[in-house]
Write a protein that binds this ligand. Structure first.
Ligand SMILES: *Cc1c(COP(=O)(O)O)cnc(C)c1O
Length: 386
């Protein structure tokens, strides 16, 4: 069930009558069905300001300031599908604010770092981050389908410089028998064709001590056409195979995305969400609650809510930690426990993910803990002697 995204189908807020100018070749692709082919979506990504300004009316001054893109830390790219979600009448449209480069990203704030999570220092082999005792992050590619302006890995992503030596990585994984979990990331590993991705997953499966393989991706959200029956049939041969999906806003859950997420769940691939808290985009309790409810309907378990990393040029995206805690406070007890993500800060400099929670402890003694519940009522739990 795919709807044609014509300008008249876009929502109108107030008396705003702006709409996207859908290019002729997009309309033709919609009519011919090519629109639903992920390769068409990938090939036809909008990557220049010339093309963007012909589609999105009235680009703002701070957006136009980036028209040459030479100062940007990251390239610009967006799939036609994902760009059609942009509502030109909403000044805080999540697609607009997270995808269109803005001169705000030229501002460097204090405490910002190129490599905020200290990954480069934990790379025993190029392309492999081994920070935690039993699992690794395997950076397969530096290319993505779209480029999130707040990207935590903007130092490498889109640079075309990451050339992981696969043989060296397999040798490291073979030698380190403590590694039981490999997380494929990048870049976005799902830009690879089945022919390119399957041999890598199959090779990892040959390593006996590797229990689980997972992939971190935004592709089911920005190019849901990629999640074909043939692709999930391939992935399910390598179970236990898991997926972490980057999603930031309920607007992203369209009929196309719902189909893709259901297809993953039907193939027995457990899916988890990762959301970055972003100022004026999703940093309020109601938006996150709507998002986690929509995810649960698609059988996705809300996994991590990230405080935005202090990446160079992302000050305009960062929120206060208090607002993240407020969001968790608003979920715990108020909605399905499955829907509550862990709120984490990746310790700047390489500390790994550190969980944060509102405090439910009122008082703590040798023999008892005084706790408060989600409704701010107090309860005492008596514990055994030490
Ligand atoms: C996030 C991350 C992982 C995976 O962490 P989980 O909490 O197990 O999901 C592994 N390695 C690195 C370097 C990471 O940043």
């Amino acid at each position: 069930m795919n709807t044609l995204m014509t300008p008249s189908a876009l929502p109108i807020a107030g008396d705003c009558d702006k709409s996207l100018a859908i290019p002729k070749h997009w309309l033709e692709a919609q009519l011919s069905g090519q629109w639903h082919d992920w390769r068409w979506q990938f090939r036809n990504r909008v990557q220049s300001y010339g093309e963007l300004s012909a589609i999105v009316p009235d680009l703002l001054e701070k957006e136009l300031a980036m028209r040459s893109l030479t100062d940007a830390n990251l390239p610009f790219a967006i799939t036609p599908y994902y760009l059609t979600l942009l509502d030109p009448c909403d000044p805080n449209d999540p697609v607009r604010l997270t995808m269109i480069p803005s001169s705000d990203e030229l501002v460097k704030s204090p405490h910002e770092l190129a490599d905020p999570c200290g990954e480069d220092a934990h790379m025993p082999v190029d392309g492999l981050v081994h920070r935690y005792p039993d699992r690794v992050l395997f950076l397969l590619t530096d290319t993505c389908a779209v480029y999130c302006r707040y990207c935590t890995r903007s130092r490498v992503v889109g640079s075309h410089t990451l050339r992981p030596n696969l043989e060296e990585i397999y040798a490291y994984l073979e030698a380190h028998t403590e590694i039981r979990d490999v997380l494929l990331s990048g870049g976005d590993p799902l830009i690879f064709s089945e022919e390119k991705l399957e041999p890598i997953i199959a090779r990892l499966r040959q390593i006996k001590h590797i229990d689980i393989i997972r992939v971190g991706t935004k592709i089911p959200i920005v190019m849901p056409q990629r999640i074909t029956d043939s692709f999930v049939s391939m992935l399910k041969q390598y179970h236990p195979f898991y997926m972490s999906i980057h999603i930031i806003h309920p607007n992203e859950i369209t009929p196309e995305v719902t189909t893709a997420l259901n297809r993953l769940a039907d193939a027995g691939i457990p899916t988890f969400s990762q959301t970055v808290l972003l100022k004026d985009i999703n940093d309020d309790p109601q938006t996150i609650k709507t998002l986690v409810h929509a995810l649960l309907r698609c059988r996705v378990k809300p996994y991590y809510l990230y405080q935005c990393d202090p990446v160079e040029g992302t000050g305009h995206f960062r929120t206060r930690v208090e607002s993240g805690l407020q969001i968790i406070e608003n979920l715990r007890g108020h909605t399905t426990g499955y829907g509550i993500p862990s709120y984490v800060i990746d310790g700047p400099g390489g500390g790994g993910k550190i969980p944060l929670s509102p405090s439910y402890v009122v008082e703590q003694d040798t023999d008892k803990w005084v706790l408060r519940n989600y409704n701010h009522q107090t309860f005492t739990y008596h514990q055994p002697d030490p």
